[in-house]
Design a protein around this ligand. Structure first.
Ligand code: NBP
Length: 472
């Protein structure tokens, strides 16, 4: 039998769809799943693509079914499952083979896995994949970390299966070892912030303006034709206009207000903190999910405190809805500026050389945060890699007006007692970032007072101590 071009382990939601995508693009793919029955089921349901698929019951059979040197994609649960699969696979692989971990790995694990490989072990590539089930099947965004040689060998298949933005493939090598998984982590962090800000605006429209889901859905639908145009706004419009089959009520009204998280958003916030780079909108979004999970406590607190704000927005004019659109975009710009800054910082710290313009480019299609807006971000980073997005001329103009709307909606929401953690964080980041003289002079003085940490003086080199003992 003709051998496969590539192997894939893990036929869950993502793996099965990725395998079909590979087969659909004319490549022969050998597949293996821990639960063998799933492999058979997958193969039987592959329809016209069956000829391109080689189902394997063992890893040995999988290795034998792929033409050497073998590229093998791992699409299993992140964590121990990856270590187990790598260990189980190694005896059947050669030095020239490549194991590609396509799950949502923590980049520290990717770096460790690479370091653990011996001189005769296969190469390891850490590959972030975004786009969910649909993306995996018809074109995800693919963020690769590895050597240029490994990427050159897998590039044709990755280019073929990736999403395309105006013909441009959304797959790229973003740096060595953990760079691809790191970028995927930050992608997810930005996704958290984006989703949270959208949810906050929905909350203001629902609780502040008293609009029904369908009407809010129509507003998002309209926004999706403007500068906010994106996959997340598009699905939000659809979700808000969907009806629950069981009750006939709007679907969102029967869904518990408690959002889960698998950890990638939290990793993004942790990495930002570790690097000392502000990512407050991402952090706020992660914390908002944690607060959302406190269903019983929130209910108790609601009863204990009652309404402290007006609970309704004072400004109910149509202009306020326009301000929400512009403010949401401004919040989004600040959140993306943070995410890209974290990538620039990590790139420097780990010597990755992550190309930010390319990263924005491969997020324009296929992934969950895909949007036209990312095309503008890519253009903004062209020739000014590593600089904060808020200093890009095109974004300065936008933020000058957009921040005023963001300020207005955050202020109104605060007076109404309605939470906007991510939008507020974005606004405060923007205001802090553009303040030439902040208030940290006092922090320096306090630190020197209680810990003799010393401080820097304006316009003078060296460390100084304050006259605190004179102050009594
Ligand atoms: P699923 O839960 O649908 O599938 C998990 C797969 O991992 C199954 O094939 C399962 O095999 C296999 N597996 C597990 Br669980 N433990 C294993 C082990 N110890 N050894 C070997 N195989 C094991 O997950 P999924 O949604 O397809 O996600 C796969 C990866 O892709 C994860 O890292 C996830 O974070 C990432 N990801 C998911 C999405 C998404 O939208 N779902 C998007 C982007 C990335 P079994 O059939 O024997 O249980």
């Amino acid at each position: 039998m003709q051998q496969a071009d590539i192997g894939l382990i893990g036929l869950g939601v993502m793996g099965a769809n990725l395998a079909l995508n590979i087969a659909d693009n004319g490549y022969r793919v050998a597949v293996f799943n821990r639960t063998v029955a799933k492999t058979r089921e997958f193969y039987e349901e592959a329809g016209r693509l069956k000829d391109q698929i080689i189902p394997c019951d063992t890893l040995e059979e999988l290795a034998r079914s792929i033409r050497a040197p073998r590229p093998i994609i791992l699409m299993v649960k992140a964590g121990e499952a990856v270590d187990e699969q790598v260990a189980a696979l190694k005896p059947f692989l050669a030095k020239e083979d490549i194991i590609i971990d396509a799950g949502n790995a923590n980049f520290h694990d990717t770096v460790r896995r690479l370091a653990e490989l011996g001189p005769n072990d296969p190469t390891f590539v850490g590959m972030g994949v975004s786009g969910g089930e649909e993306g995996a099947r018809h074109g995800p965004s693919i963020m690769v970390g590895g050597t240029a040689e490994s990427y050159a060998r897998i590039e044709p298949v990755l280019t073929a299966i990736s999403a395309k933005f105006e013909g441009f493939p959304c797959s790229a090598l973003l740096g060595p070892d953990g760079a691809g998984h790191f970028v995927k982590t930050i992608h997810n962090g930005i996704e958290y912030a984006d989703m949270q800000m959208i949810a906050e605006v929905y909350g203001l429209l629902r609780d502040g303006l008293g609009l029904a889901p369908e009407a809010i859905g129509k507003i998002f639908e309209k926004w999706n034709t403007g500068p906010l145009n994106s996959y997340l706004i598009e699905i939000t419009a659809k979700v808000l206009q969907a009806t629950d089959r069981k009750t006939g009520k709007p679907a969102v009204d029967v869904i518990l207000d408690s959002a889960g998280q698998k950890g990638t958003g939290r990793w993004a916030a942790i990495e930002a903190q570790m690097l000392g780079i502000p990512a407050t909108a991402i952090e706020a979004a992660v914390a908002a999910r944690s607060i959302s999970s406190l269903v019983k406590e929130r209910s108790d607190a609601s009863a204990a405190y009652g309404e402290l704000g007006s609970a309704k927005l004072a400004d109910k004019g149509l202009a306020f809805i326009d301000a929400l659109e512009e403010g949401l975009l401004a919040g989004k710009i600040a959140a993306y500026a943070q995410g890209f800054d974290v990538m620039a910082g990590a790139s420097k710290e780990h010597g990755w050389n992550i190309p930010l313009a390319t990263t924005a480019r491969i997020w324009r299609a296929g992934c969950i945060i895909r949007s036209q807006f990312l095309d503008e971000i890519a253009a903004a980073f062209e020739g000014r890699e590593g600089k904060n997005l808020l200093l890009a001329p095109a974004f300065i103009d936008r933020m000058k007006t957009g921040s005023q709307s963001l300020r207005r909606i955050v202020a109104e929401a605060a007076l109404a007692g309605l939470p906007t953690p991510a939008l507020s964080a974005a606004l405060n980041y923007f205001d802090g970032y553009r303040q030439a003289r902040g208030s940290a002079n006092l922090i320096q003085a306090q630190r020197d007072f209680f810990g003799a940490h010393g401080f820097k003086r304006i316009g003078e080199e060296g460390d100084f101590h304050g006259p605190w003992s004179d102050a009594g």
